[in-house]
Write a protein that binds this ligand. Sequence first.
Ligand SMILES: NC(=O)c1ccc[n+]([C@@H]2O[C@H](COP(=O)([O-])OP(=O)(O)OC[C@H]3O[C@@H](n4cnc5c(N)ncnc54)[C@H](O)[C@@H]3O)[C@@H](O)[C@H]2O)c1
Length: 271
Amino acid sequence: LVEPFAPAGAVAVVTGGGSGIGQALCRALVAKGVAHVVVADLDRAAAVATAEALNAARPAVASAHQLDVAEGAEVAALAAHVEATCGPIALWCSNAGVHRGQGIGSNSDWQLSFGVNVLGHVHAAEAVMPLMVGRGAGHFVVTASAAGLLTDYRSATYSATKHAAVAFAEWLSINYGDRGVAVSCVCPEGVRTGMTRPDSVKAGAALSNFMEADEVAQVILEAIAVPKFLILPHPRVADFEKRRSDDRERWLGGMRKALARLEAEKLALQA
Ligand SMILES: NC(=O)c1ccc[n+]([C@@H]2O[C@H](COP(=O)([O-])OP(=O)(O)OC[C@H]3O[C@@H](n4cnc5c(N)ncnc54)[C@H](O)[C@@H]3O)[C@@H](O)[C@H]2O)c1
């Protein structure tokens, strides 16, 4: 019932498009021949710089918009503006996210993480799903995380809000998948971006499982060309998820051991 995403001539919106995975998605979409990509980001300067770089290669292929995905009215206004000025939105990459809060996290960490990592997707779906369902066509891509299938034992806020993002993407797929809209959910492990710079620099070559954002963008475009719901740029995540569901007690025990190792390493560094 759902069509593969055909980039040629399409209008796409990428939130969090000013950096990392979102910026790489914008580059990849332009390389594949989209008619227009809207680079939407809270960081106006980052969105403008990204759009300018794309336009230098192909004039007027990109436009920059400042957007806070946690603000429903802003998301609705952007969707309406894009439809009116560029044409029907064929692809919405709901990609903006934050990694905020260590340990159990503060109240403000929870508010921000829930606003961006969960409500950001809800507001986007509210804005574009009626349009896509009305046309019986469209692709909606949620960037969640491997932490949404497994955990990020450093951060309760990130783990819980990314689990919610996966659950929301599944819900969208169930509700809209038979009405012509393809929903996908991207669950990467480490990717070298602004979000992970301190970790990935510290880990250096040792953390070979870190991917580059451009590689992740390629995987996403290949998957939505099928289209596929679950997109795992790091294929081992499928195995980890299976182990978690096969034996939850064992998996939790393994996670506790991994956390204890991390704490011991931290203490050794401080000594
Ligand atoms: N980097 C990783 O290892 C990794 C792994 C799994 C999932 N992810 C997810 O990938 C997505 C992209 O992250 P990234 O790694 O490219 O990080 P990044 O920090 O490089 O880019 C995120 C972008 O989102 C923007 N942003 C933040 N809050 C926003 C808001 N309220 N409204 C609009 N834009 C906002 C930022 O300004 C930034 O440009 C996020 O959802 C993140 O959780 C990243």
